[in-house]
Design a protein around this ligand. Structure first.
Ligand SMILES: NC(=O)c1ccc[n+]([C@@H]2O[C@H](COP(=O)([O-])OP(=O)(O)OC[C@H]3O[C@@H](n4cnc5c(N)ncnc54)[C@H](OP(=O)(O)O)[C@@H]3O)[C@@H](O)[C@H]2O)c1
Length: 273
């Protein structure tokens, strides 16, 4: 593992998940610095993972080679201004931003200089080590690229995109999509209850089926998802009836439209922030 020092500025849910994944995967805790303005959150991350903590963002900025900006997008402007005012020379450090809606050029403007920057779009299953992180790099070295890859692989799988605009596509495909799956699960759960299953059974049935379907897809990577569906859909059978109904009601186009709406919202956020 690299001996680069990495600082997480704003250790909330996402930083906690990444730090936990890093330590479990062999990154040295002594090379990880976590900051927060809340001492309780710092005490927890120190107790759970043995990393260094500080409430002083500027000290973390000074001591680390890689700086993960992990505060809410609306708070990024103040944070970056405080870095500019700190007097710390951060011109050669690598920054990683996990914030949605803030482009590399906007972040550089906030920081007052053209620093090396990687944008990352993780999703919530990263909290369980089952995440997807979309990454876009601007000017990072090959060694830094590899380091970033190793960091985010600690929370699941990673995919690098060539164009920054594709980060918004990643939001539609993986960032927001756990909610699409939850909505589908919710719909099945509601109908199961209407059919007379208890609340507890409806929940157990739907979650186990979702897990089973995902594991079937994962365990058979050579079979397309479309083929997996065809394999459980014999013509004239019950599943076929259900799937044809979903298709005739426009499910596929509805999902595509939802993803377009997601991308449009991400683009609009870039103009607002
Ligand atoms: N959670 C996700 O699934 C997810 C997915 C993709 C991207 N992201 C992005 O990841 C970033 C972090 O999200 P999160 O869910 O981890 O948020 P979070 O739980 O609110 O964590 C951010 C933490 O930073 C602290 N903070 C704010 N300003 C600070 C400052 N100037 N100095 C030190 N600490 C500061 C906040 O403290 P207070 O509580 O006092 O405000 C909070 O504890 C966001 O930009 C979000 O868009 C999150």
């Amino acid at each position: 593992m690299s001996d680069k020092k990495i600082a997480f500025i704003g250790t909330g849910n996402m930083s906690y998940a990444i730090i936990g994944g890093m330590v479990k995967n062999g990154f040295a805790a002594k090379n990880i610095i976590a900051t927060n303005r809340n001492q309780e959150k710092l005490a927890k991350v120190a107790a759970d993972f043995g990393v260094q903590t500080t409430a002083d963002n500027n000290a973390a900025l000074r001591d680390a080679d890689v700086i993960v900006l992990s505060v809410k997008p609306q708070m990024m402007g103040d944070l970056c201004q405080s870095f500019q005012d700190s007097g710390v020379d951060f011109s050669d450090k690598l920054f990683i931003s996990v914030a949605a809606g803030l482009t590399v050029s906007r972040l550089r403007e906030m920081l007052g200089q053209d620093v090396k920057m990687v944008r990352c779009m993780p999703n919530t299953p990263s909290l369980l080590g089952r995440g997807v992180s979309g990454l876009y790099g601007a000017d990072e070295t090959a060694e830094e690229h590899e380091f970033v890859q190793q960091v985010f692989e600690c929370t699941g799988i990673v995919v690098w995109v060539e164009q920054e605009s594709q980060i918004n596509d990643i939001i539609a495909v993986t960032g927001s999509s756990p909610a699409y799956f939850f909505l589908f699960m919710e719909a099945i759960e509601e109908k199961a209850k209407a059919l007379g299953f208890s609340d507890e059974d409806a929940r157990r049935l739907v979650q186990q089926t979702a897990l089973g379907a995902a594991e079937m897809a994962l365990s058979q990577p050579d079979i397309s998802i479309s083929q997996l569906r065809a394999n459980v859909t014999s013509k004239g059978g019950t599943t076929h009836e259900a799937v044809e109904h979903l298709k005739s009601q426009g499910l596929v186009g509805t999902v595509a439209g939802a993803m377009d709406a997601c991308i449009a919202r991400a683009e609009a956020m870039e103009k607002e922030l």
